[in-house]
Design a protein around this ligand. Structure first.
Ligand SMILES: *[C@@H]1O[C@H](CO)[C@@H](O)[C@H](O)[C@H]1NC(C)=O
Ligand SMILES: *[C@@H]1O[C@H](CO)[C@@H](O)[C@H](O)[C@H]1NC(C)=O
Ligand SMILES: *[C@@H]1O[C@H](CO)[C@@H](O)[C@H](O)[C@H]1NC(C)=O
Length: 489
């Protein structure tokens, strides 16, 4: 506890002095900054042309009460119509790349590859063209949570055939867009996506408990690996691109007992469950052990964590060209005392919390703890043989204020950790992506929390965009390639 207080106090002190309060304020040569967004969260235009209904359309229309403010993404930022304006904003701030996702249901209305939408293909070709005309590189996520409802009606990610449907879709994306896109991400945040088969706060909102969650994770890993191998064999020889999967990893810090074992278990349950099969092979040992133990105590005949055959283990291993890391916050973990009495309240056997001294945000799950980010970057370096890392999401939520000092403070503290990890510790990080360019539809929180460096007026039919103070700060950071202070109020 005392250590934590000292850390917090030292941050308060440094935030008053100039940017050069530590040894390395300048970013490495060639380091690139971009911004991110996703299709359902920003595009709107849910029923234009021949676009199919997706699982988010279905969820928000059939269960408005599932969303805090009863909103949906029918219009969202209306980026489908305003993409040229968004590209101008990116250019104005100076971002060098834009990470966006393609709406599966816009390309394949039914989800299956027999019927490809010409309008869908044309929309994204125009968008990519507009980015290039403004000197901005596209970084394309094939699938960021939203899939055609027709596929969900057949079981979605609980049906192993979903892996083949995904690869058929990926084949069309690589064929159509691969000639002009060099960097792909197959799937965004499986651990968030798969809570849609566990509980009801994200589509498809099927409360299948801890069976559905692991079944989804298992099929997602297979689908990712199949798409990777398709790209590697059929497209890479002519397209020369890079491909990965965006993994959501929380940071961590040791509790007051310096409990390394709990921190390690937490890491494997959150980050390792996706990263270990890809970078090392198979699920982490502790995850397999705990799931076998807890499943047995719950009366299941087999573990709720499905098993990979040796063939699948080697097929999935090595299927990324870089580590795509989404990161926001950290947790303190400790052993659940009930475990001593043979009571398993969770698969990990851990209690997690966030220290009350860590500054809060408008999201209940997001507190500011930059040390956790540094710890995570070093952990990835150590455990996975120092892979090249692209930070594909990082950001802070508030209530939409234009003078967003707390957001700037967050970026500054997290980027400082990033620079130290690269310069002092030898982590290989080459890109950083702000979540998000725009305020957008934040899943069950609707429009009540804001992550954008640009404000969107969701009450106005024109969805006017206004640059926040953080956009000006970013222009400065990117323009000077050097970390800047938080402006004084
Ligand atoms: C599309 O949805 C909007 C509501 O978001 C509705 O007003 C409009 O009539 C629909 N258009 C078509 C062609 O169905
Ligand atoms: C393809 O989709 C369009 C729009 O939904 C539909 O009108 C058309 O009949 C479909 N074609 C086939 C072959 O399914
Ligand atoms: C943090 O918590 C305080 C007290 O609950 C609240 O007033 C404040 O709005 C919160 N900050 C943010 C950014 O949500």
């Amino acid at each position: 506890m005392k250590e934590l207080l000292i850390i917090v106090i030292s941050y308060t002190i440094v935030s008053h002095v100039c940017c050069c309060d530590f040894e390395y304020p300048t970013f490495p040569d060639g380091f690139k900054f971009g911004a991110a967004i996703s299709s359902y969260q920003s595009e709107g235009a849910w029923n234009v042309s021949d676009k199919g209904v997706n699982d988010f359309d279905h969820w928000t229309h059939t269960c408005p009460e599932c969303i805090g403010d009863r909103s949906n993404g029918d219009i969202a930022c209306d980026s489908y119509h305003k993409y040229k304006e968004d590209v101008k904003l990116l250019r104005k701030i100076g971002f060098k790349f834009y990470r966006f996702s393609i709406s599966w249901a816009r390309i394949l209305p039914s989800g299956l590859a027999n019927n490809v939408s010409k309008d869908g293909i044309m929309y994204y070709k125009n968008f990519i063209n507009e980015l290039y005309m403004n000197g901005i590189e596209p970084l394309v996520t094939l699938y960021h949570f939203d899939h055609p409802q027709g596929l969900e009606d057949m079981g979605g990610w609980t049906n192993e055939l979903m892996t083949q449907w995904f690869v058929d879709y990926a084949n069309i994306i690589f064929t159509e867009f691969g000639p002009s896109v060099r960097i792909f991400i197959t799937i965004n945040e499986p651990s968030t996506l798969c809570t849609g088969y566990q509980a009801t706060y994200v589509a498809p909102s099927k409360p299948l408990g801890d069976v559905g969650y692991y079944l989804c994770m298992h099929n997602v890993l297979k689908a990712h690996a199949m798409a990777y191998h398709l790209y590697d064999k059929k497209f890479r020889p002519s397209q020369h691109g890079l491909i990965s999967i965006a993994i959501a990893c929380d940071g961590y810090t040791l509790n007051e007992n310096n409990d390394v074992v709990s921190a390690e278990t937490y890491f494997e349950f959150t980050c390792g469950i996706m990263a270990h099969p890809i970078f090392i092979g198979d699920y982490p040992a502790i995850v397999k052990e705990r799931l076998a133990l807890v499943s047995k105590s719950q009366g299941y005949t087999v573990s709720r964590l499905p098993t990979f055959s040796p063939e699948w283990i080697s097929y999935i291993k090595g299927t990324v060209d870089y580590f795509a890391l989404n990161h926001y916050t950290s947790n303190l973990v400790s052993p659940d005392p009930d475990e001593l009495h043979g009571i398993h309240n969770s698969d990990s056997g851990l209690l997690t919390n966030q220290h009350p001294s860590w500054p809060n945000s408008s999201s209940f799950w997001l507190r500011v703890y930059p040390d956790g980010f540094g710890n995570l970057l070093r952990k990835i370096k150590t455990d996975y043989n120092n892979p090249e890392i692209y930070v594909t999401e990082n950001g802070f939520s508030d209530y939409g204020e234009l003078q967003d000092y707390d957001r700037i403070n967050y970026f500054r503290l997290y980027l400082k950790e990033l620079i130290i990890a690269v310069t002092r510790d030898g982590c290989r990080i080459s890109r950083y992506t702000v979540w998000s360019l725009l305020d957008n539809w934040q899943l069950a929180a609707g429009y009540a929390v804001s992550f954008g460096v640009v404000k969107v007026d969701f009450n106005s039919p024109n969805r006017e965009r206004t640059l926040k103070l953080s956009a000006a700060w970013w222009a400065d950071v990117i323009g000077t390639h050097t970390l800047q202070d938080v402006p004084s109020k």
